[in-house]
Design a protein around this ligand. Structure first.
Ligand SMILES: [Mn+2]
Length: 318
């Protein structure tokens, strides 16, 4: 067991300007947009100590017969994983700015290793992101990060299978993501092959409409307590938000979270984390899929910054 003391209030911001495994290019500009929207300043205003570690390197696209742009992705997530491990070992909280959602495997993989698999994952997203190479329609790896983290097989043969295995062994050799400790939140565009894989706690937009945010976040808290994990990683894809509010993403799906719903979610998660005796703690965050090429006046990046500030304790009356 690691002796681990969390220096609450110390955050490492890490940019991952990678977008070669998605549908549209442009989220490589996400880290710059989110920084310009004031991420570091917003966290500092909450009296948190923040250090901006800069960006991991992003290689150019390559032609191959295997998974599309697999090599640049592998290089990016390996570097991110190493930085994530360093941040965690110093007792700090990594806040990773994407880039597309594949970059989440870097940070989540690092946390799985560091905490020896004792990790819950809250995946806030329009999509379930649990395709594997054998089930995907698009072939885009950005729809597969959860399958990779959970150690699901590729369902393919040859080079694609070899690369998929290489990807998984580079991320989490032993401690895979436990799908029973995975919570999806805000999903509304789920492929048929993905439905049977949603083992943990899938919360759709329908569930949120029906029960409301407060009851739904209580369910998340309950699920985490029952699953027994002591660490939580939150992966926030801005496409969870309604595209009317947050157009700056390449993967928008109508019918997402409103501004108030998104903030109430973050505020209530913070409340749960700050409740005396809460058995789990927040150890890492991703903010991904911000794509300024589709945005209007950087609104989506600003929204992302405000959301992260709410998650870290910003309230209306302070
Ligand atoms: Mn996603």
């Amino acid at each position: 067991m690691y002796f681990y003391r969390l220096h609450w209030a110390v955050i490492d911001v890490i940019g991952a300007p990678f977008d070669l495994c998605g549908k549209r290019l442009g989220s490589r500009l996400g880290p710059a947009a989110v920084r310009l929207a004031g991420l570091v300043e917003a966290l500092e205003a909450l009296r948190l100590q923040v250090s901006d570690r800069g960006d991991v390197s992003a290689l150019p696209a390559v032609e191959s017969d295997g998974l599309r742009n697999f090599q640049p992705l592998l290089a990016c997530v390996k570097e991110l994983r190493a930085m994530g491990l360093e941040t965690l070992s110093r007792g700090r909280i990594p806040v990773v700015i994407g880039g597309e959602h594949t970059v989440a495997v870097g940070g989540v993989g690092a946390a799985l290793e560091f905490f020896e698999g004792d990790l819950g994952l809250l995946w806030i997203d329009a999509h379930a992101d649990i395709n594997s190479p054998g089930t995907t329609d698009s072939g885009n790896l950005h729809g597969m990060p959860i399958a990779a983290l959970a150690g699901l097989p590729s369902g393919k043969k040859g080079l694609i299978d070899k690369e998929w295995r290489e990807f998984q062994s580079a991320l989490v050799p032993k401690r895979k993501l436990d799908l029973e400790a995975t919570i999806w939140y805000g999903i509304r565009d789920v492929d048929p092959a993905e439905r049977s894989r949603l083992a943990g706690c899938p919360i759709t937009m329908h569930d949120i409409d029906r029960r409301g945010i407060e009851a739904t976040v209580a369910r998340i808290d309950d699920w985490l307590r029952r699953s027994g994990v002591r660490q939580l990683w939150i992966s926030f894809d801005v496409d969870a938000l309604d595209p009317v509010l947050a157009p700056g993403t390449g993967t928008g799906v109508r019918g997402g979270l409103t501004y108030r719903e998104a903030h109430l979610t973050a505020e209530l998660i913070r409340e749960a984390l700050d409740t005396r005796g809460c058995p789990y703690r927040l150890v890492g965050v991703d903010v991904v899929e911000t794509n300024p090429l589709f945005d209007s006046q950087n609104e989506t990046a600003k929204m992302a910054v405000e959301w992260v500030a709410s998650l870290f304790g910003k309230t209306i009356l302070g």
